[in-house]
Design a protein around this ligand. Structure first.
Ligand code: SAM
Length: 179
């Protein structure tokens, strides 16, 4: 795929090789890449690594000293992603349930929430640093049913949030924890 950062190409190839079809879209990836490039990203996280495609978009844009932690409950996927990022000492791939493994690494300036049960979990906004940004992908534009995701993130008293359409069949929520 031309135009993709090399690490993203490797992650996409990994996903294809393992038959994993739930990686983030290129449109969401570019959004993550842009947000990761912003000033002030020192601790960045992800819930749901998959084969590391979203992680690769983020890591490809982070400043060199930023710490990135991603968690994946599926051992086979976590092992594959660990191998993908093995050369980068600033990347940690955790294997386990985000609820137990990720909080010690918080708070995050940027957090990609990409495991379905976590998207509507009331504890996740609390993983953000003040001024930190969460990204939730894979919503359907115009479809109101979101299993509590929109209610949690768009109506949360401590968040400023917006839903953006990134391609005709996908919208994402961007939410910032108020300072
Ligand atoms: C949509 S995929 C992630 C795709 C990836 N973020 C990307 O952009 O390429 C969701 C992943 O979340 C993982 N997952 C589901 N529940 C989880 C949990 N409780 N803790 C950590 N990971 C979980 C699944 O195994 C799956 O690999």
């Amino acid at each position: 795929m031309p135009g993709l950062p090399p690490l993203v190409r490797r992650a996409v190839a990994l996903a294809e090789g393992l038959g994993f079809d739930r990686s983030c879209s290129v449109e969401t990836g570019r959004l993550l890449h842009t947000l990761a490039a912003q000033r002030g990203r020192a601790r960045v996280g992800e819930i749901g690594t998959g084969c590391g495609v979203g992680a690769a978009w983020i890591v490809s844009a982070l400043p060199p000293a930023a710490r990135f932690v991603t968690v994946e409950v599926d051992e086979r996927l976590a092992a594959a992603a660990t191998h993908l990022f093995a050369d980068d000492e600033h990347v940690g791939v955790l294997c386990g349930d985000w609820e137990h493994t990720l909080p010690p690494h918080a708070p995050f300036e940027l957090l990609f929430v990409d495991a379905r049960p976590a998207k509507a979990h009331a504890a996740v906004p609390g993983l953000l640093a003040p001024g930190g940004t969460a990204v939730l992908d894979d919503l359907r534009p115009g479809e109101r049913m979101s299993y509590g995701v929109r209610e949690l993130w768009l109506e949360h008293p401590d968040l400023v949030a917006v839903e953006l359409t990134v391609r005709p069949e996908e919208s994402v929520i961007l939410a910032v924890r108020a300072l």
